[in-house]
Every structure is written in structure tokens, then in C-alpha cells.
Design a protein around this ligand. Structure first.
Ligand code: C5P
Length: 398
């Protein structure tokens, strides 16, 4: 029987946490409730102990006289850490790495998936600091069940009401059920732009943020793969659990990919590699007059095409095609030219795909219909892409 920890903090939505306990139990999961000391002032821990059948944990210093340390032992046992309701305070502590009670310590000690259901006053929820904390936790891999709009305890109408218990349990069960389908496999992902310098202060690049590639790497880690992320310059937090190697130029990205390629089973090249570099880069800043009005460029190595040539039968290669027009035709051409097994095509320009949180992709295989995802968050898109990759790898193996 799987065990989860349900963190309960001091929002008025706390009464719904009872339903969350019941929902997880009905789904066949054992629940250990962990309350913050403030939550224990709103509702007696006894209520949760009776519901869950296990003594509710509140005090970090009230540990059994055993050789195991409570929060560390629990951290290792759980298949999920779900916090519902999560106050602005708990979210802020998690985001800042503060560990001053059992729940916040458990968060740092655990490597289980984390699901957070915020509940608070609208002004607190929408405060840029809370939103920044949420963004930080999402970047670290935590999942959220967003609060709803409705009547709040303070008498206001607005955003901040705890999501319905069924929605929280459903998302929690999805995270628990996520199988380690890529266990034993090595996945190489490239992400972000490359920078091709003319001199120390000028470079050729593109607006890629790296978000798509980072989400793909995160998804590979979640599926149990040994994950190597080769990243161009981005401002993102590297996904926990992936081995991230930072590069600047296409040549450096090529070297890192060639090194990792022999052990990779699946390669997903989401990087927007600069296609050109300056023919004569300079070590010192060049004056405008010295540069003149034309600059000679040359092509960078096409890493995907190179890996396509080196590909062994068991290896699976996925390319990305960012296009402004004739998307499918261009993507099909690239699929063949680069000897890739799948091509993920997306529209760029006019605010689409580059540096956004959402993406609408089309997945193209050498034969068969094109799979269109519609507009998805990049996190959701990465799930769809890996589902498709896994299905195609299985088909190729048979
Ligand atoms: O030809 P194009 O740049 O549109 O191809 C896009 C795909 O090829 C992406 O998967 C990208 O990561 C990869 N690519 C590469 N090396 C290049 C250019 C693109 O690996 N120099």
C-alpha cells in the first residue's frame, strides 16, 4: 500500500482537508497527516488522527525514541507530499528553503513528487511575492492545483479558495501513478539558444528561453530516466535530478552532445541552435569603424544531422522544427534530412512558442498521421511528447 504525507496548514479551507484524506484513502492510499503548529490551533490534530488512523504529526521535536529521525524516515517512505490547504506562509517557506517545522523540513528531506493546493485571501494569492514563490516552486518541479474563484473567509469574493478535494486527489493519484517508464534508459535533452560571439560584447542568438527543453528534461527525470541536459544560456533553474551541462556556442553544444550520445537511448534536441556564427570572431571588442558594414558568417555544425548519421539501431532521435510558415512541409523535410525518428513542429514569431509558457505542437513521424496537441502548457506538452516517444520506441523495438 502506498503512503503519502498530507501537509495541512492554517487556512480556513482546512475543513476540506478532511475530504482530501478520505479521497486518498478511497483510492487505496495510506495518509500520514502533518499539520503546521498554526493549523493545529484551527482544528484539533485528533480529528485528522481519527480520520487517517495514524497519529497526526505536528511537533518536530516530538519524535519517538527510535533510531530513525521522524521527518527523514517519513520523507523516504512517501510516494507523494501533498499540501492542502497551503498558505502563503508555507509556500514562501518551501520556496525559500526555510525548514523550521516538521512540514517544511519534510519538504526539503523528500524527493517524492510535490503537489500544492494554495488557499488564501485573493490579495495575498495575487501578491507578486506569492506568485514569484509559486513560479520558483514550479521551476523546481512542484505541481499545483490552482485555487478557485469564489467566496473567501475574509468576506471577499475572489481567487484563493482551495480547489475541490476531488480535483486535488485526482491530481495526486496521477502523480503517484506516474510509472518509472524510462527507468534504466538514458535521455539526452538539449535546450535554450546558443550564442555565437563576434567579440566579448556582441553575439548572434535567438529568443529561445529554454523552457520547452527544461520541461522535457524534467519529464524524463520524472519517468525515471538518467537525464543529461545540455543547456545554452538561460535564466531557468536546472531541473532537479538531471545532470545539466551549460554551454555557450553551437560548437560547445556539439561537443557535449557527442560525449553523451554513445550512452543515450533517447535524444530530444529542443535547443534553438544558432545556424550561423561569425567567420572571424575577435578576442577584444572591435570598434564600429573597424567592423564596417558587412560581417562574414559561416554555418554552425548541424548537431542533429550529425547525430542522425551516427545513430545506432537502438537509439531514438527527436528533433524540433521552429517555423514561421509552411510548418509541416519544412518539418517533414527536416525529419528526413536529419534522419530523426520524430519531429516536433511549432509555430514561432508573433509572440508564439519562443519564451512563452504555452506551446501548440505537431508531432510528425516518417509515416502516419500528424498528431496535433492544441495549446498546452510546456509541461503538458512535454508529457504528450514523451508518451509519443515511448510508444514509438516500443513500436520500433518490436
Ligand atoms: O534546421 P533547423 O535548425 O530548423 O532544425 C531544427 C532542429 O535541428 C532542432 O532539433 C535543433 O535542435 C537542431 N539543430 C542542431 N544544430 C543546428 C541547428 C539545428 O542540432 N546547427
Amino acid at each position: 500500500m502506498k503512503k503519502i504525507a498530507l501537509g495541512v496548514s492554517s487556512s480556513v479551507g482546512i475543513y476540506k482537508a478532511c475530504e482530501v484524506v478520505r479521497g486518498f484513502q478511497k483510492s487505496g492510499v495510506e495518509v500520514q497527516v502533518v499539520m503546521t503548529p498554526n493549523a493545529a490551533r484551527l482544528i484539533s490534530p485528533l480529528l485528522f488522527s481519527s480520520l487517517s488512523g495514524t497519529k497526526t504529526i505536528v511537533d518536530i521535536f516530538e519524535e519517538p525514541l527510535a533510531r530513525t529521525v521522524g521527518h527523514i524516515a517519513l520523507a523516504r517512505e512517501i510516494a507523494l507530499l501533498c499540501v492542502a490547504p497551503a498558505t502563503a506562509n508555507v509556500i514562501g517557506k518551501f520556496a525559500g528553503g526555510v525548514a523550521d517545522d516538521f512540514l517544511s523540513t519534510l519538504f526539503l528531506a523528500s524527493r517524492a513528487p510535490v503537489l500544492i493546493a494554495p488557499a488564501m485571501n485573493e490579495a495575498m494569492y495575487l501578491h507578486p511575492q506569492t506568485q514569484a514563490n509559486i513560479a520558483r516552486l514550479k521551476a523546481l518541479g512542484a505541481e499545483f492545483v490552482e485555487p478557485e474563484k469564489g467566496y473567501l473567509a475574509c468576506g471577499d469574493e475572489g481567487w484563493g479558495r482551495l480547489a475541490e478535494p476531488e480535483a486535488i486527489v485526482l491530481e495526486g493519484m496521477r502523480l503517484i501513478g506516474r510509472t518509472a517508464s524510462l527507468k534504466g534508459k538514458t535521455v539526452l535533452v538539449t535546450a535554450g539558444p546558443t550564442r555565437e560571439h563576434l567579440d566579448p560584447v556582441r553575439f548572434l542568438s535567438n529568443p529561445s528561453s529554454g523552457k520547452m527543453g527544461y520541461e522535457l528534461a524534467r519529464e524524463a527525470v520524472a519517468r525515471g530516466a538518467e537525464t543529461i541536459l545540455v543547456s545554452g544560456p538561460t535564466s531557468l533553474v536546472p531541473p532537479a535530478g538531471a545532470r545539466t551541462e551549460f554551454v555557450q556556442t553551437a560548437a560547445e553544444m556539439q561537443a557535449a552532445c557527442l560525449k553523451a550520445f554513445p550512452k543515450a537511448d533517447i535524444v530530444v534536441m529542443a535547443a534553438a541552435v544558432s545556424d550561423f556564427r561569425f567567420k572571424a570572431p575577435r578576442a577584444r571588442k572591435a570598434g564600429k569603424i573597424e567592423i564596417g558594414s558587412t560581417l562574414a558568417v559561416e554555418k554552425t555544425p548541424d548537431i542533429l544531422a550529425l547525430l542522425g548519421k551516427k545513430k545506432r539501431p537502438g537509439q531514438f532521435l527527436v528533433g524540433f522544427a521552429a517555423e514561421t510558415h509552411d510548418i509541416l512541409a519544412h518539418a517533414r523535410k527536416k525529419l528526413a534530412a536529419k534522419n530523426a525518428d520524430l519531429m516536433v513542429a511549432n509555430a514561432v514569431g508573433e509572440g508564439k512558442a519562443f519564451a512563452t509558457d504555452d506551446n501548440s505542437v505537431r508531432i510528425i513521424a516518417p509515416s502516419g498521421p500528424v498528431q496535433e496537441t492544441g495549446l498546452l502548457s510546456k509541461r503538458e506538452a512535454s508529457r504528450v511528447i514523451f508518451d509519443r516517444v515511448e510508444a514509438a520506441v516500443e513500436k520500433k523495438r518490436r
